[in-house]
Design a protein around this ligand. Structure first.
Ligand code: 2RA
Length: 357
C-alpha cells in the first residue's frame, strides 16, 4: 500500500452497508478511493459517501483491481465465494459474514480487545464478529483483563435489524397491524392479526418476544447461540470457557441488549468493576438506578460505544458480576468494528500511528 489506500465496500446497498457509508463519512478520512460494490441487481445505483455520489459497481473479479482493503457485508455463501477472489487480487478482506469466523487461519478481531491478532492473516482475510458477540465483548474484554473470566451466562434481546432490511420491514408492518387495537389479551390474537407472513422470524415479533435467532443446531441450540459461545472463546483466547447463551428477538428496530452473568477467577468488587468500565475505551458506564439511569435501546441507537448498566455483584457468588449491556448492532455490532479493523490494517503501512478507537 502506498499513498492513501483504496477501500471497497462490498454489499454497499444493504442495511449494514448503508451504515458503513455513514460511518466512513463521519470518521477521520484516511482513504483514497472508496469503491462501492454490490450484486449486479444493484449495479448502477448512486450512493453518497463522504458527501459525494459514487456509482455502485457489480461484484466481479475486476471490481477488486487496485483495492487495498475490501469490507464485505454479504450472505455467508457470497462471502465464501468472493472473499478469496478479492484476497487473490491483493486486497485484505474484512468480512462480516459467518463464513470465516472460526477458521483458524482467519483472525476474529475486536480492536479494543485483541488488536494484535489482525496481523496474522495467512488467507488475507480478517473476520468481524457477529453483532450479538460484539455487543458485550468490549466490556467483557476489559473486565477479563483485570479479573480473568471463568464463565459466562448470557441472554440476548436482539433487535430486528439484525435480520437485515427484511427484519425491519416485518416489524414495521406488524406494528401497523396491531397499533391502536386491544390485541395481546388472548392466546393467538396477535398471530391472527399479523397473519401467516412473519418475515424472517418464526413468530410475530410485534407485541411479543421470540426465543429464537438463526437456525437449528445440535441438541436444540440455535446457530446464533453457538456463534456467541464460539466467537467469545476465540476473541478472548479462552478456548474452553464455559458459555451458556439464550438468544431472544424483541420488538426493537436497532440496538441489541444482553444480560450477562460473568464469573471471574477471583473476588470482584462492584466499585472496581465500575471503574474499569468507566475508563475502558469504547465503553460508557450508565448505571444509576436510583436516578432511573440505565442504558436502553431507545437512547443507545445511533451511538458508537457499548453502554453498560445495572452492574451488581452476584448475590450468591462473590466472584461473579451481573451486567446489562446495549450496543447499536449496525454500528459497533457490524459496520463500525469493520471500519476500525480496516483502519488498523491501513495503519500498518502509515508511520505507525495507531488509529483512534
Ligand atoms: C441477528 N446477530 O441479530 C444476527 C445478525 N448478524 O440476527
Amino acid at each position: 500500500m502506498t499513498g492513501r489506500p483504496t477501500l471497497a465496500v462490498v454489499g454497499a446497498t444493504g442495511a449494514v452497508g448503508t451504515v458503513m457509508l455513514q460511518i466512513l463519512s463521519q470518521r477521520a478520512d484516511i482513504w483514497g478511493e472508496i469503491r462501492l460494490i454490490a450484486s449486479p441487481r444493484s449495479a448502477g445505483r448512486k450512493l453518497t459517501v463522504r458527501g459525494a455520489e459514487v456509482e455502485v459497481a457489480a461484484l466481479t473479479e475486476d471490481a477488486f483491481a487496485g483495492v487495498d482493503i475490501a469490507l464485505f457485508d454479504v450472505p455467508d455463501e457470497v462471502a465464501a465465494e468472493w472473499a478469496p477472489v478479492a484476497a487473490a487480487r491483493g486486497a485484505v478482506v474484512v468480512d462480516n459474514s459467518g463464513a470465516f469466523r472460526m477458521d483458524p487461519d482467519v483472525p476474529l478481531v475486536v480492536p479494543e480487545v485483541n488488536p494484535h491478532t489482525v496481523r496474522s492473516r495467512p488467507r488475507g482475510i480478517v473476520a468481524n464478529p457477529n453483532c450479538t458477540t460484539l455487543t458485550m465483548i468490549v466490556a467483557l474484554g476489559a473486565l477479563h483483563a483485570e479479573f480473568g473470566l471463568r464463565e459466562l451466562v448470557v441472554s440476548s434481546y436482539q433487535a430486528v435489524s439484525g435480520a437485515g432490511r427484511a427484519g425491519v420491514e416485518a416489524l414495521r408492518a406488524q406494528l401497523s397491524l396491531v397499533a391502536g387495537t386491544e390485541l395481546g389479551t388472548s392466546p393467538g390474537d396477535v398471530r391472527r392479526a399479523v397473519g401467516e407472513d412473519t418475515g424472517p422470524f418464526p413468530e410475530p415479533v410485534a407485541l411479543n418476544v421470540v426465543p429464537w435467532a438463526g437456525s437449528l443446531r445440535e441438541d436444540g441450540w440455535s446457530s446464533e447461540e453457538m456463534k456467541v459461545r464460539d466467537e467469545s472463546r476465540k476473541i478472548l483466547g479462552l478456548p474452553r470457557l464455559p458459555v451458556a447463551v439464550t438468544c431472544v428477538r424483541v420488538p426493537v428496530i436497532t440496538t441489541h441488549s444482553l444480560t450477562v452473568h460473568a464469573r471471574f477467577q477471583r473476588e470482584v468488587g462492584v466499585e472496581g468493576a465500575r471503574e474499569i468500565l468507566a475508563t475502558a475505551p469504547g465503553v460508557v458506564l450508565c448505571d444509576d438506578p436510583a436516578a432511573g439511569e440505565f442504558p436502553t435501546p431507545a437512547d443507545v441507537v445511533g451511538t458508537d460505544p457499548t453502554w453498560v448498566g445495572r452492574v451488581r455483584r452476584a448475590l450468591d457468588d462473590p466472584t461473579a458480576l451481573e451486567l446489562f449491556v446495549c450496543g447499536d448492532n449496525l454500528r459497533k455490532g457490524a459496520a463500525l468494528n469493520c471500519a476500525q479493523i480496516a483502519e488498523l490494517i491501513a495503519a500498518e503501512t502509515s508511520a505507525g500511528v495507531p488509529p483512534a478507537l
